[in-house]
Design a protein around this ligand. Structure first.
Ligand code: PLP
Length: 484
């Protein structure tokens, strides 16, 4: 029996993994979720001396059961190769009393590489399996890191085009530079006058726009998504939570079965949802610590059961978390409402029409395994500097948010894994302070003695290839222009 996926908003439509990956979003605007989250017996996972690739196969296989063993192993081996500058792919490092799971050793220096280096292979395999002749057009909204990582993955992949929208004034200089210098004849990058939420909403609307979809179909093209609304993004992210657990066992920090916590810097709720899925599968995770920056809509939600996006939006120095509508929360709501698709439709309609919704007390109680907190903007710099003074380690501002909330957590004494989502070289200014613009990287290198990653040092000499900036209302026309 194949693992099937259904929409969070409708139980009728069921599809296989490869169909769900190709579609991205369900036809009713809901997200695809596994009908049942597969369980593993942790005694059989064999948490010892296993490569990342071997473990990845074990964890991903039950979710992607319509892929053959050969197909899935090929996807895994091509994705997690020497593009990653650390042979462990996702090393866990003990720093002082903390454990950092470093997810930034891929080609764009952010954790998005963990899933986006495999998604193109999953998608092209799915195209073959489903015997699709259409060209796949990946439409993506980015808060800075997804866009670059997705383009790296899909650049010059035959049978695909990728179009990325980013908030023109809402990403860091390095993030923007990485995107506008992207190579590949099938890549398109557009800045928008709006924030990430605006971009994400406009992209979702295009997915649901019948007229646009028909127009694409007439040109033998179809949309898919590289955002974490695509289940093909989420499944690969479950793997590294198991791998963190394995490394804790290997270094004798814990014994098999011992509960741990994880602290995740959260934006669109994809990364922490993967940890939730890992827990549902049977990985001994106790608390899921949801760490936000000043855009603390999730902190309020987890403490009150009331979600409200009717609030100010802040551009912060951890821009990849500047989000007020966290898409993947819908998948968590689905689980805590006992998979009640009608209830989900109502909540999501409330969100769309009124910008808010509330859980009932029974649903709220089911959020017990989460602890949420946030970090004020000024605090982030203090934390980054304190960590450096105490340990000589440099962490990036997103990771600092997770560290701060992990330090506040007081519900148990378990070991806590802090998820480190970006290289400090991607967001150097927080660490170096007010040095002259353009010299932050050198300053970071000199103070920290860390080598400058090659993708950063090369950036200056790359040609700027993408110059488009549009209003929200012009996004659809831009897509059609690129596809002409
Ligand atoms: C995307 C991103 C996040 C947020 O992850 P979500 O899965 O969207 O919650 C955190 N840190 C960095 C560096 C990111 O790129």
């Amino acid at each position: 029996m194949n693992m099937m996926y259904q929409s969070t908003r409708n139980k009728e439509e069921q599809v296989t993994a490869s169909q769900a990956i190709l579609k991205g979003l369900a036809s009713d605007g809901g997200l695809f979720v596994p009908v049942d989250i597969p369980k593993v017996d942790i005694k059989e996972v064999g948490f010892f001396n296993q490569t990342y690739q071997e473990l990845a196969y074990k964890i991903m296989q039950p979710f992607l059961s319509d892929f053959t063993e050969e197909e899935l192993k090929e996807c895994i081996n091509r994705a997690y190769d020497d593009k990653f500058t650390n042979e462990k792919i996702a090393p866990l490092r003990k720093v002082g009393e903390d454990y950092y799971l470093e997810l930034y050793h891929g080609s764009t220096l952010a954790f998005k590489d963990m899933a986006l280096s495999i998604l193109p292979y999953l998608m092209t395999t799915a195209v073959k399996k489903q015997k699709i002749d259409n060209e796949i057009v990946i439409l993506t909204a980015t808060s800075g890191d997804t866009g670059k990582a997705a383009m790296e993955g899909f650049s010059d992949v035959e049978g695909t085009k990728i179009i990325v929208f980013y908030p023109k004034d809402g990403v860091s200089d390095i993030q923007e530079k990485q995107m506008v210098t992207q190579k590949g004849n099938n890549t398109f990058v557009v800045g928008i006058n709006g924030n990430f939420d605006d971009a994400q909403k406009a992209v979702k609307d295009m997915f649901e726009n019948d007229k646009l979809n028909k127009e694409l179909a007439s040109k033998n093209k179809q949309f898919s998504s590289a955002n974490s609304i695509n289940i093909g993004r989420l499944v690969p992210q479950i793997v590294y939570y198991f791998y963190a657990y394995q490394q804790l066992i290997e270094s004798k920090e814990i014994s098999l079965g011992e509960l741990i916590n994880v602290s995740v810097p959260t934006g669109n709720f994809g990364n922490i949802l993967a940890a939730f899925y890992a827990k549902q599968m049977g990985l001994p995770i106790d608390y899921l610590i949801c760490a936000s920056n000043k855009n603390n809509v999730l902190t309020d939600f987890f403490s009150s059961g009331h979600y409200s996006r009717n609030r100010d939006f802040y551009v912060t120095n951890s821009p990849s978390m500047d989000i007020l509508v966290s898409s993947n929360l819908e998948r968590l709501l689905y689980e805590i409402t006992n998979k009640d698709a009608n209830r989900l439709s109502r909540l999501m309609t409330d969100l769309k029409q009124r910008g808010e919704y509330s859980l009932d007390p029974v649903e709220f109680k089911r959020l017990d395994g989460f602890f949420a907190g946030f970090t004020e903007e000024e605090k982030i710099e203090t934390i980054v500097k304190a960590v450096f003074e105490q340990t000589k380690e440099v962490i990036d501002p997103h990771t600092a948010v997770a560290k701060k909330v992990a330090d506040e957590f007081d519900k148990n004494q378990n070991k806590t894994v802090i998820v480190s989502t970006a290289s400090p070289f991607k967001f150097p200014r927080v660490f170096t302070g007010k040095v002259e613009a353009g010299s932050e990287i050198k300053a970071l290198h000199e103070i920290s003695q860390l080598p400058i990653p090659k993708v950063i040092s090369e950036l200056e000499d790359l040609e700027i290839r993408h110059h488009h900036v549009v209003e929200l209302s012009e996004m659809e026309d831009k897509v059609l222009e690129f596809l002409r």
